[in-house]
Structure formats: structure tokens, C-alpha cells
Design a protein around this ligand. Structure first.
Ligand SMILES: [Zn+2]
Length: 314
């Protein structure tokens, strides 16, 4: 992905600050903003490291509309960049990247054991016959699935992972699950130019991890029931695959991180100097943020600790 490097972003940020401070013509400011808009692919880390979010955010209150509108545009674009990140970047380390590790840890007791190795069952005794395997311990081995159907070995391995993800907790017949796993793999393969490349592997890991996610049983169910078709699953982003619950959590964290990255906020303090207009008590927490351009006064955000009323003044 193209993108301006952190050090260049910092340089742009410094020129932006200087242009505002020296009251240079707006066109000078919009020039710099234009470059930031087209060349910066925002991530939380970039915003934090370069503090460019704060710089641009302040310009949303600039007196020249050309500047303030452009600044708003950029802030919105960066918010979208940051929320789109699970597709690549940090999700590689966060969600997708741990796929392989997770696989071995969750599957350790049941899935990947070599035949010779004894298999200690951690919780309770394994039910007598293999046909009565606990659904949560199902996998291609317990189900007797042979994944060696393609000439390309990595495809067979991927097929096995998809099967292991899909069968978890299910009571569906192995043949049905295998059929769906094959369709998903075929779509993945086709979507990546009929090649096993890094993108194919990355997508596979992302799907596998989401299928195996214990907090997201609905994804497995929806795929097995056909509500989510194999072709559709092969195209979904990890965000789309994440459970609604997780999605909300992610959004909340994202918003908080964004807020933190975009505003220069002083720590919250409590004072008896401010009086709540609603309940009249003097137990108010407040914090200050430079939300508008640098030469405008700070905004003070207040919250009454007695009744919860919030207000602000500058
Ligand atoms: Zn109050």
C-alpha cells in the first residue's frame, strides 16, 4: 500500500503548524492538507506517532471554509482508514496473525496430534467411540476426512483448516461440512488468480480464525446452514465476519483510540470552583482540549460528579 512515511508526515505537520502560526494564505495550508489527504494512509500508530491527527483536527475550526472543510474531509477519511485496518496492517498481528498459534493451542488436545502421540484429554473423559466425539472436539481427524484431493499440498492443508473451523460444535454430517469447506477453498483459490499466494494464505487464516472464534458461533452456523454462501464468505473482511458483539466492542475501542489520537486532552481534574447548573453542587470534573485552531481559547469539558450533567465552555 502506498503511503507517506511517518517522518514525512511529521514534516508536513510542522509546516502546517507554521503556516497557521504565521498566518500564511489559506491556499498554502490547503496545499499541505491536500498532500496529506492523498498520501497518508492513516493507522492508529501513524496518528499517534506523528500527532498529525491533532494538527489537522484543530483546523476543522479554521476561519477559512476551504481549510476547515478539507480538514473535516481528512479527519473523516482517516477515521475510515483506521476502521478499515483489520483487513491488513495491524490485524496481521492482532487477529489474522495469531491464527496459527490459536489453532495449535485450541486444537492441541484433539486436532493436530500425530498418531503415535498419546492424547491426554484435559476436561473429563473422552466419550467411548470416535463417533460420539464431543462436537467441540470435532476435527477432520475425528471425522475421518481425507483432505488430499488437490495436487497442490497447501490447498489440502487449507481445506483441512476450513473443515476444522466449520465442524467445531456442529452436529452436521462430515460430508456436508466437507462439501462446504471445498467450496470455500475453491472460491478463495479462484479469487486469487488460481494460485496459492500470500493473499490467499492471509485470507484463509482470517477465515479460519473467525470460524474458530468461540465468541462467534453464529458465523459457523450461518455458513453451514447456507445463510452465508461459501462464495460470500470467501470475500468477507474480518470485520464482517466478526460477531455483532465483538463488532460493537471493536467499534468502541476504535472510537476511544481515535478520540485519544485526535485530541490533545489534558488530564481530567476535579474542582469545587465550578458549579453544576442542574443540581447546584460543586463537585465537577473537567478537562481541557484544544479543539479549534491554536490561537483560539481552550474548550473546557465539564461533568458533574453528582448528577452526571455534562457541559462545556470556552
Ligand atoms: Zn449536577
Amino acid at each position: 500500500m502506498p503511503g507517506m512515511e511517518a517522518k514525512d508526515i511529521k514534516i508536513h505537520g510542522a509546516s502546517l503548524d507554521k503556516a497557521v502560526r504565521d498566518k500564511l494564505p489559506s491556499s498554502h495550508i490547503t496545499d499541505i492538507l491536500g498532500r496529506l489527504k492523498s498520501d497518508v494512509v492513516a493507522t492508529e500508530q501513524i496518528l499517534r506517532e506523528t500527532k498529525i491527527g491533532m494538527t489537522v483536527n484543530k483546523l476543522r475550526g479554521h476561519s477559512d471554509k476551504a481549510v476547515s472543510e478539507l480538514a473535516k474531509d481528512i479527519v473523516n477519511k482517516w477515521k475510515r482508514d483506521v476502521s478499515a485496518k483489520p483487513k491488513s496492517g495491524s490485524s496481521g498481528d492482532g487477529k489474522g496473525g495469531v491464527a496459527m498459534k490459536k489453532e495449535s493451542s485450541t486444537n492441541g488436545a484433539s486436532g493436530r496430534d500425530t498418531p503415535g502421540k498419546s492424547t491426554p484429554t484435559p476436561s473429563g473423559a473422552r466419550k467411548g467411540s470416535t463417533s460420539a466425539v464431543d462436537p467441540m472436539k470435532r476435527n477432520k481427524t475425528t471425522d475421518g476426512i481425507n483432505c488430499d484431493i488437490h495436487d497442490e499440498e497447501p490447498r489440502n492443508k487449507c481445506l483441512g483448516m476450513l473443515y476444522d473451523g466449520l465442524c467445531l460444535g456442529s452436529d452436521a454430517p462430515p460430508d456436508d461440512i466437507f462439501k462446504i469447506a471445498k467450496e470455500i477453498e475453491q472460491n478463495l483459490y479462484r479469487n486469487h488468480g488460481n494460485r496459492v499466494n500470500d493473499q490467499y494464505r492471509q485470507k484463509l487464516r482470517s477465515i479460519f480464525l473467525n470460524l474458530k472464534d468461540l465468541k462467534n458461533p453464529n458465523l459457523r452456523k450461518n455458513v453451514l446452514s447456507g445463510r452465508i454462501e461459501p462464495a460470500r464468505l470467501a470475500m468477507m473482511t474480518s470485520e464482517e465476519m466478526a460477531s455483532a458483539e465483538r463488532k460493537r466492542e471493536d467499534e468502541k475501542i476504535e472510537q476511544e483510540n481515535m478520540k485519544e489520537a485526535m485530541t490533545a486532552k489534558a488530564p481530567t481534574s476535579v474542582t469545587d470552583q465550578l458549579r453544576c447548573g442542574k443540581c447546584g453542587k460543586r463537585n465537577v470534573s473537567y478537562s481541557q482540549a484544544q479543539t479549534r485552531s491554536a490561537d483560539e481559547p481552550m474548550t473546557t469539558f465539564c461533568e458533574c460528579l453528582e448528577c452526571g450533567k455534562r457541559w462545556k465552555f470556552s
